[in-house]
Design a binder for this molecule. Sequence first.
Ligand SMILES: Cc1cc2nc3c(=O)[nH]c(=O)nc-3n(C[C@H](O)[C@H](O)[C@H](O)COP(=O)(O)O)c2cc1C
Length: 191
Amino acid sequence: MVERIVVAITGATGAIYGYRLLRALQQMEKVEIHLVISEQAEHILKNELSLSVDDLKKLSHRFYDESDFYSPISSGSFITSGMVIAPCSMRTLSSIANGYEDNVIVRAASVTLKERRRLILLTRETPLNLIHIRNMESVTLAGGIVMPPLPPLYFGKKTMDELVDLTVGRILSLLGLRSDLLKQWGDNDLQ
Ligand SMILES: Cc1cc2nc3c(=O)[nH]c(=O)nc-3n(C[C@H](O)[C@H](O)[C@H](O)COP(=O)(O)O)c2cc1C
């Protein structure tokens, strides 16, 4: 069976998380990637990674405009295995937390929650104000997973790609997808 995963990239710094996630998902068999990129993320992708929306479209199976409310991901009848927003801006977090479904990213996130599917938000902001924290609480109480991308430093990894991929491995694991990106604690004992 094909696993449909919805991926959204919004306008927080850390576009590399969305990019590396797409690359990892693309290498997996039986995974169908449905991608949306916010207008602000488009600028950040260009600034941080020198990548265009067209470059990222190639890593997906289906791409939707953020204003396309007729897209299948806007409906709960379109079965998916979950949705990841990486990175997730505080604006998008706030819209999800408050049910303000003003674009397809927020609509698809809301659908994911109402259908009781996995929703993972790589929220990117620091430090946090009380409003951010309350929005994170609301999403968590509604069943979402708030996962700020904090790179684990205990593996002695050196490059940014390697650190990002450890977080990507955690996302895949939360989606129930097994990958080689995440070295599990205790793996050394099995070798
Ligand atoms: C270079 C740049 C970096 C930004 N980084 C962040 C960030 O890390 N976190 C965040 O919440 N907003 C950040 N913002 C602000 C968001 O882009 C802005 O709130 C925007 O409305 C988000 O829209 P979206 O959620 O539709 O992508 C940044 C803006 C710029 C221009």
